[in-house]
Write a protein that binds this ligand. Sequence first.
Ligand code: NI
Length: 183
Amino acid sequence: MAILKIARMGHPVLRRPAEPVADPTAPEISALVDDMLETMIDASGAGLAAPQVHVAKRLVIFHVPGHRADDEDESVPLTVLINPVIEPLGKERDEDWEGCLSVPGMRGLVARATRIRYSGLTPAGGRIEREVEGFHARVVQHECDHLDGILYPQRMTDLSKLIFESEARHWFQAHDEDEEDEA
Ligand code: NI
C-alpha cells in the first residue's frame, strides 16, 4: 500500500474522460484500490476518483462513517465502484457545500440531483445497484463527475459562493450550517 500524489485542478488528467476498466478483478485494480483507500484516509476525504491519483480509469471510492456524518442517516458505506452509471430519479435538486481534494482549501455551493440510482461493478466481480438520496447521492455525483473530467466549480452557477475554507466560518456562522467533508 502507498499514499499516492493527488492531482490538483489544472492537471490535464482531471480534465479528460477516463477509460472503462476492462477487468475489475485484475490484480492491478485491487492494488490501485488499496492505494486509493490509504490515500483517501490519509487526506481525510469522503471520496476519491482514480483520475485524482493520475490513473485515467473509471473507478471511484467513497465513504462517510456514521460518527463523521452530520447525522446517522448521512453515513455512506465504504464503496468501491467501477465503471459506474448514474441516473437521476426525478427533477428535484438541492444545493450544498462541497470540497475536493483536487481543489484544496476551497468550498463551493453546488446544486445536485437529490435522488439518484447508481450501479457499477466491484473488484470482487460483483455488481452494485443502489437508490440513494441526500449526501450519499451528492458524493457519488461528485466522484463520478471526476470520471468525465468535471470538477465541482464547473457545476456552480454562482461563483460568489466559491470560497476559501479558511473564510467559510463567516458563512457557516451566519447561516448556522455545518461543513462537509472533502471528496
Ligand atoms: Ni473531488
